[in-house]
Design a protein around this ligand. Structure first.
Ligand code: ZN
Ligand code: ZN
Length: 561
């Protein structure tokens, strides 16, 4: 009965959204019961309604009968449209995760401001759920598992997940063809912030051995008969392996790595030199393949030096290469340490000592501690007394000559008007200034807010400048050009937040910041020792934004100002 199904669906959604909105539980239950009653009702509701007999159905009172009439007349009751417009649009999506009912979702929204799956995932990873009544570590882990499962079936993935899938594929290939070459290509190698597949190019693999070997790692692995195997990694990332003869490896990996625009520009140069670059093969005028065992061979054949993969976007790099002015991009080995690290003093899971030890293990010579400021109550933000005590512990440790050198800092909330939540008289080496609230200001207000924050000048680092969460949440509306100009004028720095869910500043704006001479801080925003290694993703984004070591604050020895 179509009319019964439609009315039941409307009432059910109304029950759910009413509960999310915190309405009277009796009303919520009445709606849910009515939905079940009309779904089971054996007769078409149009006729019942025409006879004015809806209230004769058990569980249907006058109010609900009115809602059913509206559904029959106009598709949906006005109350439902109204609720949808007042609730955050991502909220109902949270209900689809196992372990989350309306009560819990409402709690997450009201207490932690979580309205999307992405925000929820981020909060789980930072242990914020543990601050809520009724959410223990087991619940948090269960929710995280449900989110991961959901992500594994979506078609876009974080760069970190892409690298993980690519590296596991590489390991298999190196096992089956120890004398061959195998390298990561595609968006993963270009360090795109989100990726849709992982590509690996290899040589010297027995065609008959390739598929069975990859089937150990990839689900639904299939070969296409021409040396290409595709499948899906357990993380959900589609993986494509391209196997080529040794003499074609250089051309193949360039072809599988560059963006469409980069490849077009290479093809144009090849053409003007009497060669043809097409379909992943370089050939001469007679159509014979020109062998290029390595990438450098291919670039040299078309009169260019090797171009770093991260910048192969067709955005001026071919021209720069031709003119011999490619930037000397910052590398992981240039990084001396990092600032923007949390400890158990705020919402980190490891002590100052443990974080320092983990940094030493990475070979870092400096580490900047930046726990949350006071207004971030959800993260146990530090007041002046606790901040001073932490600073004294840091100074004492440095005084004993222990490595790495610890810097005293704070992640200060940028308040709604652009002032910083900063205790005045505590000595600090740096301040990471971050927006954690009032996301929905107008572009003008948000821009003025960030301009005021960066105008504090040297010693200030604008943390995760747009607040975006990749695949989850857009950043707030802000005119970054104006903010970067203000930072350039005042001497403030901007962060590339290296957490793979953020990678904020976006690499396109990194290039602009570098152009304006705004120093970049690659900050891990680590909440646990393992998080320090996220600097890797930030370095990739810095490279993608054409940053050299001299543009990066944490590639310079302390003091910076
Ligand atoms: Zn932050
Ligand atoms: Zn942080």
């Amino acid at each position: 009965m179509d009319s019964c199904r439609r009315a039941a669906a409307a009432l059910e959604e109304l029950a759910l959204l009413s509960e999310l909105a915190g309405e009277n539980p009796f009303k919520v239950r009445a709606l849910a019961n009515a939905a079940r009653a009309v779904l089971r009702f054996p007769e078409d509701l149009e006729g019942v309604s025409a006879r004015g007999e809806l209230t004769a159905i058990p569980g249907i009172g006058k109010g609900i009968a009115g809602l059913i009439e509206e559904t029959l007349a106009q598709g949906e009751p006005a109350a439902l449209l109204e609720l949808r417009s007042v609730l955050p649009p991502g909220l109902p999506g949270l209900l689809q995760l196992t372990g989350l009912g309306p009560k819990r979702v409402r709690n997450l929204w009201q207490e932690l401001g979580i309205t999307t799956v992405g925000e929820l995932e981020y909060a789980c990873r930072e242990n914020h759920l543990l601050t809520l009544a009724g959410f223990g570590p087991a619940t948090q882990a269960k929710i995280l598992g449900a989110i991961e499962f959901r992500r594994s079936t979506s078609d876009k993935h974080h760069i970190s997940t892409g690298w993980h899938a690519a590296e596991e594929t590489l390991a298999i290939l190196r096992e089956v063809a120890p004398d061959g070459t195998a390298e990561v290509a595609g968006e993963v190698r270009r360090f795109c912030e989100v990726i849709s597949e992982a590509v690996v190019v290899c040589t010297d693999v027995e065609p008959a051995a390739l598929l069975p070997a990859l089937a150990r790692l990839l689900n639904d692995a299939i070969g296409d008969g021409s040396g290409q195997v595709t499948g899906r990694h357990a993380s959900g990332v589609p993986v494509r392996v391209v196997s080529v003869p040794r003499g074609s490896f250089g051309t193949a990996i360039v072809w599988q790595t560059g963006s469409g625009r980069h490849l077009e520009q290479l093809a144009a140069r090849a053409f003007s030199g009497g060669l043809v670059l097409a379909g992943g093969v370089l050939s001469d005028a007679s159509g014979r393949e020109v062998e290029c065992p390595g990438e450098r061979n291919l670039y040299a054949r078309i009169g260019l030096p090797w171009i770093p993969p991260e910048i192969r976007e067709g955005d001026g790099e071919v021209e720069a290469a031709a003119n011999g002015i490619l930037p000397d991009l910052v590398g992981e080995s240039d990084v001396l340490g990092a600032v923007h690290v949390h400890t158990t003093d705020s919402d980190g899971t490891a002590s100052l000592e443990e974080m320092a030890e983990a940094a030493a293990q990475l070979g870092w010579s400096l580490l900047g501690i930046a726990d949350h400021s006071q207004v971030a109550a959800y993260a146990h933000g530090l007041d002046a007394t606790r901040l001073r005590a932490q600073g004294e512990a840091i100074a004492a440790r440095n005084g004993r000559g222990e490595r790495p050198l610890l810097l005293r800092g704070i992640e200060a909330d940028i308040l709604a008007d652009g002032a910083l939540d900063l205790p005045g008289e505590v000595p600090l080496d740096f301040v990471v200034a971050s927006v954690h609230s009032s996301f929905r200001q107008s572009v003008e207000a948000q821009t003025a807010r960030l301009v005021r924050a960066v105008s504090r000048g040297r010693g200030t680092i604008l943390g995760h400048p747009t607040g975006r969460l990749l695949l989850a949440r857009e950043g707030y509306q802000v005119d970054l050009e104006v903010v970067l100009q203000a930072a350039a004028a005042s001497g403030a720095a901007v962060e590339i937040n290296a957490h793979p869910f953020r990678l904020d500043l976006d690499w396109r704006w990194v290039r602009r910041a570098v152009g304006l001479g705004v120093p970049i801080s690659i900050g891990p925003d680590a909440h646990e020792p393992a998080g320090l290694a996220d600097v890797r993703w930030g370095v990739g984004i810095a490279r993608k934004g054409w940053a050299t070591a001299k543009d990066v604050l944490n590639a310079r020895p302390w003091p910076w100002w």
